[in-house]
Structure formats: structure tokens, C-alpha cells
Design a protein. Structure first.
Length: 118
């Protein structure tokens, strides 16, 4: 599975931005997809996810502001980010989990930088 993020950039606080993740390869094996982020000097953290069991999950810091959704027909995943704050500044990574008869696997995109300025 290959993942490519896009949509990052500089955005003023309070505005919106949508990130995209294009998946290719053996996408039929994907059981879950997530967005992570990593700010300078901090650990990578889970921002939002589409777990294998269905539904969505969000970090407390983004609940009510971010929305994760997927378009399976286009092999795309998105992160709609509203009311952005300077503390949302980070590199955002697309993540996919796959499973086969031998185990589960993690795949990552290269990341896209989001900078929120006030």
C-alpha cells in the first residue's frame, strides 16, 4: 500500500483546511485508516481514525473541529479541519492498517506540513 498526502500549507487561525490521502496498491487489504500528526519536539499523536470496527474516533483536542472521512470508490481519505488553531501546527501523516493471513501491517505517507498562524 502506498499513501500520498496533500493539502498542507499555511493557514490563518480560525480558517479551514482539508487534507487528502490517496491510497494505491493493495487497498483491498486496508482495514483501518488514520491521521496522525507530529509537532516539533513532540511525539507523533493520533488525531482521527476510521477503525476496523467502523465509526470514527478523534483526539480530544480536535473533537468538534476535525472530521475524518473516506471515499472508498476513489481510494481516498480526507481530514476536514475547521477552526484551526496555532497548536494544530504539525506534520500530518496518513496511516493505513492492513491484515492478511500472517499478521497486521502499518503503512505511512510522507507527511504534509500544516502551519497555522495567528
Amino acid at each position: 500500500v502506498q499513501l500520498v498526502e496533500s493539502g498542507g500549507g499555511s493557514v490563518e487561525a480560525g480558517r479551514s483546511r482539508r487534507l487528502s490521502c490517496a491510497a494505491s496498491g493493495t487497498t483491498f487489504s486496508i482495514i483501518a485508516m488514520n491521521w496522525y500528526r507530529q509537532a516539533p519536539g513532540k511525539q507523533r499523536e493520533l488525531v482521527a481514525g476510521l477503525p476496523a470496527g467502523g465509526g470514527t474516533m478523534y483526539a480530544d483536542s480536535v473533537k468538534g473541529r476535525f472530521t475524518i472521512f473516506r471515499d472508498n470508490g476513489k481510494n481516498m481519505m480526507y481530514l476536514q479541519m475547521n477552526n484551526l488553531k496555532p497548536e494544530d501546527t504539525a506534520v500530518y501523516y496518513c496511516n493505513a492498517n492492513t491484515r492478511d493471513g500472517w499478521g497486521t501491517y502499518d503503512y505511512w505517507g510522507q507527511g504534509t506540513q500544516v502551519t497555522v498562524f495567528s
